[in-house]
Design a protein. Sequence first.
Length: 203
Amino acid sequence: MPVSAAIFDAFGTLLKISGGTHPYRQILKLGIEQGRRPRVSDAEDLLSISMDLRQAADFFGIHVDHDLMRRLESALNQELASIQAYPDGVAAVAALQAAGIKVAVCSNLAKPYAAAIERLYPNLDGYAYSFTVGAIKPSSKIYRHVTQLVSAMPDEAWMIGDSKRCDCDGPIQFGMRGFYLDRQGSGVHKTLWPFVGEILRSR
């Protein structure tokens, strides 16, 4: 089946983030200090519900004083501004779109981080975020959503990312082809170029 869509994970695949401030984690830690018992669902809730920092604090019932919240928001804004695109990500997206391949991103992330993706990759054909879909990878719900965004059947879509579970095994189980990107490894997919080449040769 010819490939009609390329699906990319975001962070670690198309974008790099260094020195993360982990503001949501800091809020949850503050909750522990206030006597709130962590829940197994906390991490999934942060990624699958559309919440900024203040909304997250309210959702979890955690009190964050005004000055601390301002510092957390300032640190988050600085972090978002520092996020960069991988050069091979920008070039890969351009090469695929020039060849008529639809390109989308499929990412588990908290709401504020979407702005960095759309700032650095403003012309993708689809953006599937866990907080808008209400599900996180490797749920079939988010893979179904992203393939619908690009009008592709699962067997027409290939996906790549830096999580074997979420970007390789999950897509394969859904019916797509999945590829594991290991930028620090010695395998075939150390950059995005082998993935792009395989797609272009498949057409």
